[in-house]
Design a protein around this ligand. Structure first.
Ligand SMILES: *Cc1c(COP(=O)(O)O)cnc(C)c1O
Length: 410
């Protein structure tokens, strides 16, 4: 049996919606993108959402909007995808990595130690779809002691008067903290609609704006529409109106708008997203039930009395397991035609970052999580039979790999 990792759910409904766009005479940013944004805004219950061609673009755009530049520092977890750190480098600023906890998310207690007068932004990551402890994270920035350390260098920074919380919510669309959905949990959140994410548009992403007063999120949204389209003060659709050809470039903007082709996939995905989450939840429950009885299995967290995941990944950790043994277990899964993955190779491990002087040794929990983690297949069309096949093969692979190893520190 062959089990892929996370193929998208593409069917006739998606094909019909995309075909409708393709034949409509309008394929770039237009009515479907605007409709998708409106529905995302309602879903997240935030003032505004801007759809773009990736989460990476969204994160970078917001760093630049906040005026992050050389000499500035941005705090982020060591345990994330490289995009979170790369965008900080793009802006000329310094990524300051912080270790993570047992839930794979940034440790609020460590954030405070990393803050200094150069800190402009913190980017928490909702790993695997499980939201960070935003109450704790937001509290840090509201405290007078931390606010006093903030040195504003731009009008926007002056207006906020504190460190910006820019949430990398690439995994966590639809997740909640105290029944409030991601997007509405902090200042700004960025979602990814990449092909392997819970809700996809092929490539794609969105910025959820939820800035406090005195910010006007609508005017920031209007500005960002221009900033993400060359700084051109009229979009393609507006220019198409009769006689409305003349436009201005008000700054050297970026080019990362979402197309209506992408948005049409998103519209179908969003309409059936509750069903998607329900299905993912069932699969997770099935995995949990199967593995709970094994002392080697450290089950991931999905739900507690205050937060609930979007069930994006199933990141199981094998207890008392070396990196080599983890790799051997993965190889056995590959040999059985099961696609598994590791989320993530911590960013400080990559050659680009080690050359800058970063080292994984400073993030012991990220290292430990990484060495023992395996992400199992999790997607809408994963059948019961396939789930059982994954379960049986993981149990077999672990037993074969760890069998001769005495339990030292279980
Ligand atoms: C996928 C991902 C991103 C990047 O999303 P894109 O839409 O591909 O740019 C950023 N952060 C995390 C944690 C991700 O998993």
């Amino acid at each position: 049996m062959k089990v892929p990792f996370a193929p998208p759910r593409m069917d006739q409904r998606v094909i019909d919606e995309v075909a409708d766009t393709l034949l409509s005479g309008w394929i770039t940013t237009g009515p479907k993108t605007k409709k998708f944004e409106k529905l995302l805004t309602a879903y997240c219950n935030v003032p505004n959402v801007l759809a773009l061609n990736s989460a990476t673009a969204g994160l970078e755009i917001m760093l630049r909007w906040f005026g992050v530049k050389e000499g500035d520092e941005v705090i982020l977890p060591a345990y994330t995808y490289s995009a979170t750190a790369n965008v900080v480098i793009h802006c000329g600023a310094k990524p300051v990595f912080v270790d993570v906890g047992d839930d794979f998310n940034i440790l609020p207690s460590e954030i405070e130690n990393a803050i200094n007068k150069n800190t402009k932004v913190i980017m928490p990551v909702d790993f695997g779809g499980l939201p960070c402890d935003f109450q704790k994270v937001n509290n840090i920035f509201q405290s007078e002691n931390i606010k006093n350390k903030f040195v504003p260098a731009t009008d926007v920074q002056q207006q906020l008067g504190r460190i910006l919380v820019l949430s990398d919510a690439a995994h966590s669309f639809g997740a909640t903290v105290n029944n409030i959905k991601t997007g509405a949990l902090t200042d700004v959140s960025v979602f990814s609609f990449h092909a392997v994410k819970n809700l996809t548009t092929g490539e794609g992403g969105a910025i959820a704006l939820n800035l406090p007063k005195p910010f006007d999120n609508q005017s920031i949204y209007d500005y960002l529409c221009i900033y993400t389209l060359h700084g051109q003060n009229k979009d393609a659709l507006a220019k198409m109106q009769k006689g409305n050809w003349r436009y201005d470039i008000i700054e050297a903007g970026f080019k990362c708008n979402m197309t209506d082709i992408m948005a049409s996939i998103g519209l179908v995905e969003l309409e059936r997203y509750a069903e998607t989450l329900e299905r993912r939840k069932q699969i997770v429950a099935n995995y949990n039930e199967a593995f709970a009885k094994y002392p080697w299995a450290q089950l991931p967290e999905f739900k507690s009395n205050w937060r609930e995941s979007s069930y994006h990944l199933y990141p199981i950790r094998i207890k008392n397991c070396t990196e080599k043994q983890r790799d051997a277990i993965m190889q056995k899964m590959f040999d059985a035609d099961i696609a598994v993955n590791v989320h993530f190779i911590p960013v400080p491990m990559f050659s680009f970052y080690t050359k800058l002087g970063y080292s994984l040794q400073h993030y012991p929990k990220a290292k430990d999580n990484y060495e023992r983690e395996i992400s199992l297949p999790l997607f809408y069309n994963l059948t019961e039979e396939q789930q059982q096949y994954v379960i049986d093969n993981l149990i077999k692979a672990v037993n074969e790999t760890l069998v001769h190893r005495p339990a030292i520190n279980s």
